[in-house]
Design a protein around this ligand. Structure first.
Ligand SMILES: Nc1nc2c(ncn2[C@@H]2O[C@H](COP(=O)(O)OP(=O)(O)OP(=O)(O)O)[C@@H](O)[C@H]2O)c(=O)[nH]1
Ligand SMILES: [Mg+2]
Length: 249
């Protein structure tokens, strides 16, 4: 069966783990088969029980003990060790004959996006891959924060070379007016009028010309909304006959 890998990516605490859990519940409800994979060795108190779990191989505590490093060093080593375990993880995933693989990534996104192991993982698990990229609402509700997260997503696209679906997570925390404002920023002119002068405007011209500004899909793991939108976007990307380059950039 064709498997589509769905990576949940975003800044620390943006809601990756809970969104994966909510999306998995929604798929269960729709009777759509899938498998959940946790690639975060530091994960605790998860809202779902992963079918495949990197913590069965090692945890951050194991790494700190074994290599005598602190929590930050352990995160970096953990990201690199992930790449070394990927063949066994793939074997575990392949045991399930399902169309969707939901993959939780380590807390700090740069551990996944900027280190070489991500390339090894994506290549090993298969080219039918998509990233659900979370915009943290607390960061994204101010114009320069919104632009900065767009740059982070651009860097993730640049690095991973897979289609990205931008989502605005934890939308239940935003008021209607805040949400409306964020949505209005998909129109560059509206964003321009809210940015400061100087370097902010210089950067604005870069992103306006490159088409880097994306309008994230509002979702909430807590209230369970937006799941169908994520699913529809994945269908569009993989079964809509779109040109992949156009979707990527
Ligand atoms: N109100 C609200 N809170 C949420 C939602 N999703 C996640 N949270 C909370 O946000 C915090 C972080 O959520 P996680 O899902 O652990 O985020 P993460 O990106 O996986 O975090 P790390 O892996 O630690 O970087 C937790 O306290 C969650 O309860 C949501 O949809 N609404
Ligand atoms: Mg997490």
């Amino acid at each position: 069966m064709r498997k589509i890998n769905i990576y949940f990516l975003g800044t620390a605490g943006s809601g990756k783990t809970h969104l994966l859990g909510a999306f998995s519940e929604w798929l269960d409800f729709q009777k759509i088969d899938h498998v959940t994979v946790n690639l975060d060795p530091g994960s605790e108190d998860m809202p779902y029980s992963p079918n495949v779990d990197i913590r069965d191989y090692f945890t951050l505590d194991d790494i700190m003990l074994k290599y005598g490093v602190g929590p930050n060093g352990a995160q970096i080593l953990g990201a690199d060790l992930l790449g070394a375990e990927i063949d066994e993880i793939k074997e575990e995933i392949d045991y399930y004959d399902v169309p969707y693989v939901l993959i939780d990534t380590p807390g700090q996104m740069e551990l996944f996006t900027l280190r070489r192991s991500s390339e090894i993982i994506i290549n090993a698990l298969g080219k039918d891959s998509v990233a659900v990229f979370l915009f943290d609402p607390v960061i994204s509700k101010v114009p320069d924060g919104f632009v900065s997260v767009n740059f982070l997503m651009a860097s993730s696209i640049f690095r991973l070379k897979i289609p990205h679906i931008p989502v605005l997570s934890k939308c239940d925390l935003l008021g209607d007016r805040e949400l409306e404002k964020i949505r209005s920023w998909s129109d560059p002119d509206s964003l321009y009028s809210e940015l400061g002068t100087g370097v902010e405007r210089e950067i604005f011209y870069v992103i306006k010309d490159s088409g880097l500004i994306h309008n994230p899909v509002p979702v909430s793991a807590k209230e369970g909304f937006g799941m169908e939108d994520i699913y529809d976007k994945i269908q569009e990307i993989y079964y809509g006959g779109e040109d992949m380059d156009r979707i990527l950039y």
